[in-house]
Ligand binder design. Structure first.
Ligand code: C2E
Ligand code: MG
Ligand code: MG
Ligand code: MG
Length: 292
């Protein structure tokens, strides 16, 4: 894992080491230091158009390079701070960093590439988020359509009225919204119709079995059709093989993200690859393995 992240000398800090309350408290305290000392970094994973392989955007995925504990993956610290105020600090930091990356992309002429950012429920339900994002975008001169805010289906369903109100407010600012990990949150179809989102991301656990010609195949094609009837765009998460991408393309899915195209990589590597492909916009498969 640490090697995937590009720093092979980092030890991976595992989940069981973080389980007890002491550790949780330690993480909450360390987060403040981590932000100030810039130990938190956004890696980027490409989101590619299935029909022509063009790069459309990137999902920002947080990595914590802890000076003594090594690389901590988001799954090993985000869930531990999601109920505390630390998630708001981290979330605001991630938004600010994402807007800075967008600003740098625009300076290189990539002004139609978007960045998707993950938001935890406690963060997006805190008043003032819209104003905060508006200010970030204005001072970086980045248009709101460049930012895609990902909220998980599960988090929305837990507090659907509140979530819907926030989503409406964010949409009014011109921001785009994605429902992440779709299929794992058991939302009813009537909610789906009412929620003001732009993009639906089909969870990896369904795309994994898409070629088996069983339930997953039918779930995925049905979800794609349903999203299109509602006028939404679909991203398939976790695409690892050529055959998966061909199937999803033929099923009408517009966008894909997964190891087939690249694991999440650093901003520097991302910019190098964009520079290399330039106007063709053709994202090279397995970009994380390419030496530039
Ligand atoms: P997610 O938003 O569903 O992100 C997709 C996860 O799937 C990422 O894991 C990504 O590396 C992984 N992935 C992408 N393609 C493939 C593939 O083809 N195969 C496999 N096996 N995995 C793939 P990562 O980076 O470890 O992030 C895990 C989760 O942590 C994210 O799931 C998201 O829920 C959360 N997260 C990450 N960054 C942030 C953040 O900045 N804020 C918040 N609140 N949550 C974050
Ligand atoms: Mg996500
Ligand atoms: Mg997801
Ligand atoms: Mg997922």
């Amino acid at each position: 894992q640490a090697k995937d992240a590009g720093r092979s000398n980092f030890r991976v800090f595992t989940d069981d080491m973080l389980h007890n309350a002491n550790n949780r408290l330690m993480i909450e305290q360390d987060i403040g230091i981590a932000i100030n000392e810039r130990q938190l970094t956004l890696f980027l994973q490409p989101i590619v158009a299935l029909k022509d392989g063009h790069i459309k955007g990137f999902e920002a995925l947080i990595r914590w390079f802890h000076p003594s504990r090594g690389l901590i993956m988001p799954g090993n610290f985000i869930p531990h701070i999601e109920e505390s105020d630390a998630i708001i600090k981290v979330g605001n930091y991630v938004l600010a960093e994402a807007v800075e990356i967008l600003k740098r992309l625009r300076l290189q002429g990539w002004d139609d590439i978007y960045i998707a950012v993950n938001l935890s429920a406690k963060h997006y339900l805190t008043p003032g988020l819209g104003d905060y994002i508006k200010r970030l975008l204005a001072s970086a001169m980045v248009p709101p359509q460049s930012l895609l805010l990902e909220v998980t289906e599960e988090s929305v369903i837990e507090q659907v009225d509140e979530a819907m109100e926030v989503m409406r407010e964010l949409k009014l600012l011109g921001l785009r919204i994605a429902i992440d990990d779709f299929g794992t949150g058991y939302s009813s179809l009537s909610y789906l119709k009412q929620l003001p989102f732009d993009v639906l991301k089909i969870d990896r656990c369904f795309t994994a079995g898409v070629l088996d010609n069983g339930a997953d195949t039918h779930i995925v094609t049905t979800v794609i059709d349903l999203a299109h009837h509602l006028g939404r765009t679909v991203v398939a998460e976790g695409i690892e093989t050529e055959l998966q991408s061909e199937f999803l393309d033929s099923a009408g899915c517009e966008l894909a993200q997964g190891y087939l195209y690249s694991k999440p990589i650093s901003e520097a590597k991302t910019l190098d690859i964009l520079m290399a492909i330039s106007a063709s916009r053709l994202w090279p498969k397995g970009a994380d393995t390419i030496l530039l």
